[in-house]
Design a protein around this ligand. Sequence first.
Ligand code: B12
Length: 219
Amino acid sequence: MSAEKYLESLRESIVNLDFGAVVKAAEEAMAEGLDPNLVINEGMVPGMAIVGEKFERGEYFLSELVVAAEVMKEGLKVVTPYLKGDSAQKLGKVVIATVEGDHHDLGKNIVSSLLRVQGFEVVDLGVDVPTERIIAAVREHQPAILGMSALLTLTMPKMGEVITTLKETSLRGKVKVILGGTPVTDEFAQSIGADHRAANALEGVKKCVEWVTSQERRN
Ligand code: B12
């Protein structure tokens, strides 16, 4: 079977809310030696985007979104162990969170996994994390990078609140801030004073590696 066939069946199994099919397609794709990054980013993520479109058109309800997210999590469980990187490198710490009011975590979890395989130590604070808890974690762990995720337009201002608080507490200069999540735009990231907005997990992780390795070269 061609790579595209596996990607297609992964997309379909998420759209069809089929736990058995996602696990089977993910296992077969790994057995065929497909790149796990490709499988996640071009198989599973687009599958979930189709689910989102169906929700927008009123073809799927919230209950279907919940199940689709669980189906994708099952697929990720199969593929994540195959992600390769240089986990022997020590690239520093990243604190990551989905901001307060927001329970979406699939994207954040993919970013956390990819960062770990690259050699970052990731402190994942989870979902619906209040600003004070994010600030406390930055103070405690002194990460090189803070990553924030928001999928709801309504929760995006929380990202601005975190950055303002980082400034007020003199922590802003000590940490790079990267944002992700579909509604977050470059303009928004700039307007709240973030360092970068990632278009997707792979691009975001590349930026994080770039930051810490250019820092190492300077030291
Ligand atoms: C799955 C889903 C859910 C699941 C979430 C399960 C979970 N564990 O995450 C459930 C069912 C719980 C849910 C609930 C709700 N949802 Co919802 N959900 C979605 C859906 C279909 C997919 C999101 C997703 O997981 N995509 C797959 C992941 C992998 O993609 P991603 O998150 O974009 O992440 C990628 C990048 O953005 C990036 N990234 C993400 N975060 C970060 C962070 C960093 C640091 C970096 C570097 C990169 C990065 O990397 C990822 C991989 O490339 C979207 C539709 C869509 N098209 O996005 C709606 C959507 C986000 N939901 C929506 C809504 C309205 C809701 C609810 C309010 C519904 C309701 N009436 O209750 C609730 C809110 C609950 C809450 N308080 O958070 C709206 C948001 C509209 C808006 N702009 O505000 C959307 C857009 C659907 C729609 N079109 O209406 N949802």
